[in-house]
Design a binder for this molecule. Structure first.
Ligand code: TGC
Ligand code: FAD
Length: 388
């Protein structure tokens, strides 16, 4: 039975509504995700049947207003949902991150009223799956140099280029794609499945996020109706504003993976005997457990405070970068240490740890790499960008 650590009584900072939401998602993850996720990861297959259930649970667009199918909740609620989903698997949290922060958010924040009404309710229920196309084969950390372009052809736009490493590419119904116009300005376009010239091959042979679908988005003279351009944003700040929301969710999400690893390792250490004693009685194992709990506690406090700032619209992109970077590294280290506590058992699918560990190798790279987030903090402190 999962016993999530709460050493500094952070629960006391949550409202009853927060706890009800968390408990609903936790219960769903225990009933629906936990029993099947290892099998899907082993098969390198995405459990698509979970998407509609996530929609029913309110995991898509929790902070989007109810008028558009969201739940109108605050950002602490969004964070708690991400934590619980990622305890199940980073792939499940990824789906909710992309759908909420990278597809619904830009349509809500930068879209026309017609676009909001057309897409958001179906994305909220999971009837439609979304994808977010920013990264390209030759432009990952530097998306501002993207090559994907569109031209004005009078009654439509013509889109050419390709995106790579895109979550849910091959199963998406709609994709928010970032491309440059003829003046070189980055704009957002809504590409729909079925548009001629749009293909989305799946990326295979991943050792990480094996229960997630990742692929390419390829545009070969795709005719995009003019009404599919997001009218209210221009420039790289458009996709980066979406990333602020998704990175915030990841800072919370990875706490779930870390807590699952810690909880598993603690229980194992108390039960497993060597040299006639539980391994939890050895100082070396206690050091690991004590340090894990310390880091989880720091991560919980960081995200809670960040969430309060976000609720007040005061969380800066650099604060979000710090939390994403800190918490992902913390979760990855905890996964590695927990794996060692389980000895050989730690490498099997009977326990979630190795799966979390491999997933987190993607999480530390996507949504801005560990290095890029450090440079963002460096720039914030010194005022000097060190990217080039
Ligand atoms: P730079 O010149 O610094 O900025 C360009 C414009 O953007 C503004 N800006 C931001 N606006 C909002 N939020 C932010 N976080 C922003 N950061 C910058 C900036 O003020 C400027 O505005 P303006 O009006 O002056 O034009 O841009 P740069 O080209 O030097 O790049 C900066 C850098 C390196 C930090 C940025 O490119 C970056 O963050 N790179 C990392 C790329 C990344 O994170 N990609 C993620 C792809 S999506 C993904 O991974 C999804 S995984 C999903 C899942 O499965 O969960
Ligand atoms: P690169 O940018 O080539 O970086 C390689 C290395 O160089 C890294 O260690 C990086 O830190 C370092 N580096 C780069 N620039 C600098 C610098 N200036 N200073 C110091 N070091 C530097 N993208 C999307 O658009 N949508 C998605 O849905 C999406 N989903 C993804 C799902 C998965 C499973 C994965 C793995 C990736 C996904 N991505 C997605 C792409 C992800 O955002 C990129 O992989 C990431 O931004 C890094 O780009 P890159 O892989 O090209 O690495």
């Amino acid at each position: 039975m999962y016993n999530p650590p709460d050493y500094y009584l952070v629960d006391e900072l949550l409202t009853d509504e927060h706890k009800i939401i968390r408990s609903a998602i936790r219960d769903w993850v225990d009933r629906t995700v936990k029993p099947v996720i290892d099998e899907y990861a082993q098969k390198h297959e995405y459990p698509t049947h979970l998407i509609k259930e996530m929609g029913e649970l309110g995991a898509f667009g929790p902070f989007i207003p109810e008028k558009y199918g969201g739940s109108g909740l605050d950002h602490i609620s969004y964070g708690l949902i991400m934590t619980e989903l990622e305890r199940g698997d980073s792939a499940i949290r990824s789906t909710a991150s992309v759908q909420t922060s990278l597809v619904m958010y830009p349509i809500y924040a930068f879209g026309s009223e017609e676009q909001r009404m057309k897409y958001l309710p179906k994305l909220a229920t999971g009837e439609w799956v979304g994808a977010f196309g920013l990264t390209e084969p030759n432009h990952g950390s530097d998306p501002g140099r993207m090559l994907t372009r569109f031209k004005d052809q009078g009654d439509h736009y013509l889109l050419n280029g390709s995106k790579m490493w895109i979550t849910n590419a091959s199963i998406c119904d709609v994709a928010v794609v970032w491309a440059k116009d003829e003046e070189g300005k980055i704009r957002g376009l809504i590409v729909e499945r079925g548009m001629e010239g749009f293909t989305s091959p799946e990326t295979t042979k991943k050792w990480s996020l094996r229960a997630s679908s990742t692929g390419e988005l390829i545009f070969d003279n795709v005719k995009i109706p003019k009404e599919n351009l997001l009218p209210n944003v221009k420039g790289l700040k458009g996709p980066l504003m979406c990333l602020n929301s998704a990175r915030y969710g990841i800072a919370w999400g990875v706490l779930g993976a870390a807590m699952d690893c810690y909880d598993t390792a603690l229980r194992y250490a108390l039960e497993r005997k060597q040299f006639k004693k539980p391994i939890a009685s050895f100082q070396l194992q206690q050091k690991k457990l004590a340090e894990m709990l310390t880091e989880i506690t720091k991560g919980q406090l960081l995200t809670w405070r960040l969430g309060m700032l976000k609720n007040e619209d005061r969380a800066t992109p650099a604060q979000i970068s710090m939390a994403k970077r800190n918490n992902v590294e913390m979760a990855l280290k905890i996964a590695r240490e927990s794996r060692q506590i389980l000895g050989a058992m730690g490498i099997t699918g009977d326990f979630p740890i190795m799966r979390h560990m491999m997933n987190l190798e993607s999480v530390i790279t996507y949504e801005g790499t560990h290095d890029i987030h450090l440079l963002i903090t460096g720039m914030d402190i010194t005022g000097i960008p060190a990217f080039e």
